[in-house]
Design a binder for this molecule. Structure first.
Ligand code: ADE
Ligand code: ZN
Length: 378
């Protein structure tokens, strides 16, 4: 079916994405081809059936299988290249992509090699599309806090050694299952990442309560929250996150199809999150696994909540709004038009000497595309 004018415009508008797993952009065709090459058995090679699940943990089993097909540096490079090209086809001009290599490291892959592969593919994709990518290295909760700390130590060492691609890794996070896992147990890893110069985020509240979000903010001292679904259950948390402009990277369709948190997109609390003044951005999470792209996600959000062009432009701008600028469509009290705290910095602040984003140059030091963090980086 031909896209409507709004769908076409939402696909074309330049967009920033802050919550997307690079392994979650693995094309099904690439998945099957790599599995065959590396002798990995798949439950089916029917591409329509490969990506099927009915819970977060069910999804994760297929996601992990997809990850396991990334066996060589060339595989990581191919994944990264295809990720950039596929994102650019739907308006992604800047993305902070997660990668979660816990099982690869256990299987004996070399972290430096893997990061170099990602850098190789991202560089090729950037050259072809003009998009710009940075990376967030995620700990996999399922492997436990000790493996997390070991991973962070290895990243810090790569930084010290000036390894290829390490400058792309601007932050550290964690993902995977939340069931029965206390985020506080990852405090040593987060402390190490902070002292090693990495920015901090965490998946929290995809499958856990608001108390876990508070713990991530207070104990792990993360600068943004990935998912954050139960935030509205805690009015004090809402007030704090809105006032401090702590970003929540929301993945509405993923929350329906992957975590099965809502029966329909229309039931998602995203409009209430925005109405409460939260800096809640729109993201795809694992687009290839749910037949999604960022343009389609914007269109789905517009359709589900009966929002038009102006509301969606406001969503797109909020993720990259200049500190202190005002929203064309929202009241002055809204998150998108609030001033960030004095001395605060942006999560994607580029290392010295590098331009952060094509198109973002030349507007002054505070005009970088990216999200607002809570406070000065130590
Ligand atoms: N890893 C990839 N996608 C994920 C998700 N939706 N939740 C947790 N971990 C993930
Ligand atoms: Zn995610």
């Amino acid at each position: 079916m031909k896209p409507s004018a709004l769908e076409a415009a939402l696909d074309a508008i330049p967009k920033v994405e802050l919550h997307c797993h690079i392994e979650g952009t693995l094309r099904p065709e690439t998945f099957v081809e790599l599995a065959r090459r590396h002798g990995i058995a798949l439950p089916t090679t029917n591409l329509d059936e490969l990506y099927r699940y009915d819970s977060l943990d069910g999804f994760l089993r297929i996601f992990w299988l997809g990850q396991s097909t990334l066996a060589t540096r060339a595989d990581w490079a191919r994944l990264a290249y295809e990720s950039v090209v596929d994102g650019a086809a739907h308006g992604v001009v800047y993305r902070e992509s997660f990668f979660t290599p816990a099982r690869h490291l256990v299987a004996g892959q070399d972290l430096a090699d893997l990061v170099a592969g990602l850098d190789e593919g991202l560089t090729a994709g950037e050259a072809e599309t003009g998009a710009r990518y940075q990376l967030i290295a995620d700990m996999d909760r399922a492997f436990g806090p000790a493996a997390g700390l070991e991973f962070i130590d290895a990243l810090v060492e790569l930084r010290r050694a000036g390894a290829r691609g390490i400058e792309r890794i601007i932050g550290v996070g964690m993902d995977s299952t939340e069931l029965g896992i206390d985020p506080v147990t990852f405090q040593p890893a987060y402390d190490r990442a902070r002292s090693g110069g990495f920015r901090l985020t965490a998946h929290q509240g995809e499958n856990s309560a608001a108390a876990a979000i508070n713990a991530a903010l207070d104990v792990l001292r993360v600068e943004r929250i990935d998912h954050g679904l139960p935030v509205l259950h805690d009015p004090e948390l809402v007030t704090r996150m809105a006032a401090e402009r702590i970003p929540i990277t929301v993945c509405p369709t993923s929350n329906v199809l992957i975590s099965n948190s809502f029966a329909r997109l229309e039931d998602h609390p995203y409009p209430q999150m925005r109405a409460a003044g939260l800096l809640a951005t729109v993201n795809t999470d694992d687009p290839a696994f749910i037949n999604l792209d960022l343009g389609a996600e914007y269109a789905a959000v517009a359709s589900a909540f009966r929002w038009g062009w102006l509301e969606m432009v406001d969503v797109a701008l909020d993720v990259s709004r200049r500190p202190g600028s005002t929203s064309p469509t929202r009241p002055a009290s809204a998150a998108g038009s609030m001033r960030r705290p004095r001395g605060s910095t942006q999560v994607n602040e580029a290392p010295a000497g590098r331009n952060p984003v094509p198109g973002a140059e030349g507007h002054g030091p505070n005009d970088r595309i990216g999200i607002t963090a809570r406070g000065p980086h130590p």
